[in-house]
Every structure is written in structure tokens, then in C-alpha cells.
Ligand binder design. Structure first.
Ligand code: 4UU
Length: 525
């Protein structure tokens, strides 16, 4: 028998994201601060944010953007990101968010794959954005530089256009709201088709359990372009009428200063930040007393590290699990359940059904009546599960089986009480500091080197035990390439978080008879 959330189902409003977030603002809400720029302290109220969203939607519509169009957003976190993201959706278009660290080539690939016809970026990222736009055939008048750059429209131009927000009518259950990119269980990054209903559902499913409320000041350092920041910060925190405090990137002293000065109460992190909070001496020099909750996700949180953060900050530390393809949250430790072990990812969110499957036999693993189950691949169903990968039926059918189960590629156990713990990753995906690294992409990069005959990339561990991309390389006859040469070659071609950080030269890559890389044999080698 599959297992469900121990919590009752919740109602999922049949609304677009804009209607969910912005049409029911009360007079008091309008005056509340929605977003604070952490660096400058500049504030935007909910009323001002809604006006900006409407103005951006109007300006985009005046430029011909509407239902069926894809607009790319390539920016670190800022108050402008919040307005532009919702402006794109309000115009009826679909937003594809691009990692701020992407190279020009990576930007081009995402623009082409998503079919984006407009790109919004910021001046520090303009060189990669312009390179990507040119390669994808996006003309410079459709490359908008939010903070302004010679020859491009800016956010100020959009806000000043005066064009009314368009009347759009879409079906929330089929209309694509966003196209984030994820490599899923195998291969290269693919556009994940998430509808308005997917996103609205996931916010409704997780809001009570996450526990962000209207009095919270929520640190938004996790990138909005990744599904974690997108759903939990941009959507959930705004629905709760909390205040988002944005930071463009993680930097420990600035992070601590902003949490202190902005009196942040709720801090969403990925595990590397937990390590800093648990161990770094600088933490003692700041007043972090406003923090009531630290919530980690996107990669495994070490239970000991999490416990150390809870003791040091005197706050609740919890964890959530999910994936882009589930909008993303499927399990989390709910507010008020600090008794659940931090080494677990907690309980299943409402309206979801899960089961564990033996990857070898495809048999379902039973949920025990006491104790903990055998491990198996976590498979999930629910209103937050993507409708598929864009233009890739093959990858879709490999991930969502004929019975509708989304195969996460993660190995988990479940207890009799419904508490899920992640044990291992079956899929080839590597997580570096919570960012996705697709081995297939790095293998293609390595194979482009004339002196490399064959290559395989798997998750290795650095001295601190953090997961890192590790390459096994077979050199061509007579090649004189060092490990460092290989790392430098890759580093010159990919975003910094995708760098290969360990190289092992070997004679041959172990492969199955069908030619698939036997990654299991390389892991731990
Ligand atoms: C061990 O990283 C994400 C989603 C993160 C998220 C979700 C719900 C954070 C908080 C939250 O409440 O998505 P992707 O698509 O980038 O990566 C998905 C993969 C998973 O399949 C799993 O392998 O990232 C890994 N992962 C985790 N692993 C995600 N969260 C966890 C976790 N522990 N808590």
C-alpha cells in the first residue's frame, strides 16, 4: 500500500499564481513591507509590489509578450526579481529562470531549449546574457537589462511604459507558469513544465507545515531562480504576507549582518550554510536572536550539524526534501515537530501519495506496522508533480511511469509513523552546495578535449565530506595531460559550481554491455 500524508488533504484554489497572491490583498496588506533589499534596506510594500507587477506585465504585453511565450529571467535575488518574475506570469507568459552563474553557452542552451524570445538580465551578468542571446537569435531589443545598460531597455523603462496590464484568461491546470531546468534522473538539464496549479498546489500543501507567518522576516539568500527559492520564498512567503529580505549571493559576514540588522526570523538555507552557522567563529559576533527557525533543503543535512545550529542559535532547525519536478516540496519536518529526527526529511505533505519501490525488482516495499521499512526508490504522486519535460516525451516517460508515479531517483525508507529518511541517490545527479550538476553535461565537456578518449563523472567527496563533481578520465595514446589540466579545461567552460574538483586517470571507463557507464563501480573508487 502506498503511504499518504498523516495530515488531511488541503483545498487547492483553482487560481493562477497572480490571483492567489495579489488579488486578495487587504488594505493592511497593501501597506505591509513585502520585500527589503538586504544590502541597502530599501523597502517595497505589497501595494507597490502589485503595482510594479501590473506595470511590468503591461510593458511586456505592449512588447508583444503573452500567453504561449516564454520569457527568460537571469538575475541574482533582488526586489526587482520578485516584481519581474510575477510580471512575466501576470502577462500570461511562462518564466524560465536561468542560473545567475551560467556561462554564455549555458544561457544559449536554455534559451534555445525553452524557446524563450525575451531575456531579462542585470548589468553584471550582461556579457554571458548577451553571448547567450546572440547565439539563440534573440535581438538586442528583446534583451532587457534591469539596472540599465547602453542600448537596452531597463526595468525603469518597463515601469514607466504606462501600458495597462493585459486581460489574460488561462486555465491554471494546464497553463505553464514556469520552466525551470533540471536534469532529473539522467542526462542533460531539461525544461520542467510546471503549471500554475502545480505551484499553487505546492504552496497550499506546504504553507502550514513550513510555518512562515505574516510576522516573519524571511531571509531570501537561496536563489529565486531555483525551485526551492521560487516556491518557498517568492510564492509561499508572499502568500503568507511575510517580508522577504533579499541577498544576491551567500557571503558569511554580509549574511550575518543582514540577519542581525533586518531582525530576520526565518532563514532558509542549503546545508553548506548550516556548516558555517554551526562552526564559524564569526557567528558569535552577531546578534542573531531574532531567528526562530532555520530550514534546510536541496541536499542532505547532517543531523549533528543541524543540532549544533539549533543549540548555537537557540532556534528550531528543520529540513525539507523535494525536487524541481515536484514544484518542489514532497516531505518536510513540520513546524512544531522538532521531535522528529533532523536526519530525516519528515512527513509527506498533504494531497500526496508516495511509495517505495525496489529498484531491482520494481516490487513495492511494504510500510511496516512498527519500525522502519527496507530502503527503496521514493515514488510520488500529487497535484504538485510536473506535467512533463518540455519537448522530451522519452525523458518524461522514464520519470513518470504508466501508473503516474514520479520516480525521484532517491533511495529512502519510511517509518510506521510516515517519517521518510533519505539513504542514497540512485540517479546520476550530483549536488554541489545544493546546486544541480548533471554528469552527462560534464562528460560531454570533457570529451570535447582532443586528448581525452573517454570520461565519466560521478559524485565524490571533498575533505569536509561535501559532495563534489569527480571525473574519471581515459587519455588518448601519448597524451600528456595532468589532473590539473583537466580541471582547468572544464573550469573554463562551465559555471563555477559545475567545476570538476577531483580527477582520476584510469585505463577504461566501466560500462555495461549496452554501453551505459557503470557509475556504481566508480562511486567510492
Ligand atoms: C537530501 O533541490 C531541490 C529542492 C529542494 C527543496 C525542496 C523542498 C528544498 C526545501 C524543500 O522544502 O530540487 P532539485 O531538483 O534541484 O534537486 C532534487 C534533488 C533530490 O532528488 C535529492 O536528490 O536534490 C536532493 N535533495 C535532497 N537530498 C533535495 N532535498 C534534499 C534533502 N536531503 N533535504
Amino acid at each position: 500500500m502506498p503511504f499518504r500524508s498523516p495530515r488531511p488533504d488541503v483545498e487547492i484554489p483553482d487560481l493562477t499564481l497572480y490571483d492567489l497572491l495579489f488579488t486578495s490583498l487587504s488594505p493592511e496588506d497593501l501597506e505591509k513591507v513585502a520585500v527589503v533589499d538586504g544590502a541597502s534596506g530599501a523597502e517595497t510594500t505589497y501595494g507597490a509590489l502589485r503595482d510594479q507587477v501590473d506595470a511590468i506585465a503591461g510593458a511586456l504585453a505592449a512588447r508583444g509578450v503573452g500567453v504561449g511565450d516564454v520569457v527568460a529571467l537571469h538575475s541574482p535575488n533582488s526586489p526587482a526579481f520578485v516584481a519581474v518574475f510575477h510580471g512575466i506570469l501576470r502577462a500570461g507568459a511562462t518564466a524560465t529562470t536561468v542560473n545567475a552563474l551560467a556561462t554564455g553557452h549555458e544561457v544559449a542552451v536554455q534559451l534555445e531549449d525553452s524557446g524563450a524570445g525575451t531575456l531579462l538580465t542585470v548589468s553584471p551578468l550582461l556579457s554571458a546574457a548577451a553571448e547567450g542571446a546572440a547565439a539563440a537569435g534573440i535581438p538586442s531589443d528583446r534583451l532587457i537589462v534591469l539596472d540599465g545598460a547602453e542600448g537596452h531597455d531597463s526595468l525603469a523603462d518597463l515601469l514607466a511604459s504606462g501600458a495597462p496590464a493585459p486581460e489574460v484568461s488561462v486555465d491554471p491546470s494546464t497553463h505553464l507558469a514556469v520552466l525551470p531546468f533540471s536534469s532529473g534522473t539522467t542526462g542533460r538539464p531539461k525544461g520542467v513544465m510546471l503549471t500554475h496549479r502545480n505551484l499553487v498546489a505546492n504552496v497550499a500543501q506546504s504553507a502550514d507545515l513550513v510555518g512562515v507567518g505574516p510576522d516573519d522576516r524571511v531571509l531570501a539568500v537561496l536563489p529565486f531562480f531555483h525551485i526551492y527559492g521560487m516556491t518557498v520564498l517568492l510564492d509561499l512567503a508572499l502568500l503568507q504576507r511575510a517580508t522577504l529580505v533579499t541577498m544576491p549571493r551567500f557571503d558569511l559576514p554580509e549574511f550575518l549582518r543582514i540577519v542581525q540588522d533586518q531582525r530576520c526570523t526565518f532563514v532558509f538555507i542549503a546545508p553548506p550554510i548550516a556548516v558555517a552557522l554551526a562552526k564559524h567563529p564569526l557567528v558569535d559576533e552577531f546578534d542573531l536572536s531574532a531567528v526562530t527557525a532555520v530550514f534546510s533543503g536541496a541536499a542532505p543535512l547532517d543531523g549533528e550539524v543541524g543540532g549544533a545550529v539549533a543549540r548555537r542559535l537557540g532556534c528550531s532547525v528543520r529540513q525539507g526534501y523535494g525536487m524541481t519536478e515536484m514544484s518542489p516540496v514532497s516531505q518536510l519536518i513540520p513546524a512544531g515537530r522538532d521531535d522528529l529526527p533532523l536526519s530525516s526529511v519528515g512527513i509527506t505533505v498533504p494531497n500526496m501519495e508516495c511509495m517505495l519501490q525496489d529498484p531491482a525488482t520494481r516490487e513495492e516495499i511494504p510500510v511496516p506496522s512498527t519500525g522502519v521499512s527496507e530502503p527503496g526508490e521514493l515514488c510520488c504522486k500529487g497535484p504538485n508533480v510536473m506535467i512533463g519535460y518540455l519537448n522530451n516525451e522519452q525523458a518524461t516517460s522514464l520519470t513518470i511511469d504508466e501508473d503516474g508515479w514520479l520516480h525521484t531517483g532517491d533511495i529512502a525508507t519510511v517509518s510506521a509513523e510516515g517519517v521518510v529518511s533519505l539513504i542514497d541517490r540512485l540517479k546520476e545527479l550530483i549536488k554541489y552546495k545544493g546546486y544541480q550538476v548533471a554528469p552527462a553535461e560534464l562528460e560531454a565537456t570533457l570529451l570535447a578535449h582532443p586528448q581525452i578518449a573517454d570520461a565519466a563523472v560521478v559524485g565524490g567527496r571533498d575533505e569536509a565530506g561535501e559532495e563534489i563533481p569527480k571525473a574519471f578520465v581515459v587519455l588518448q595514446e601519448g597524451a600528456e595531460l595532468t589532473e590539473q589540466d583537466v580541471m582547468d579545461f572544464v573550469a573554463g567552460r562551465v559555471a563555477p559550481y559545475k567545476k570538476v574538483r577531483q580527477v582520476v586517470m584510469i585505463d577504461a571507463i566501466p560500462k555495461s554491455s549496452s554501453g551505459k557507464i557503470l557509475r556504481r563501480n566508480l562511486r567510492g573508487a
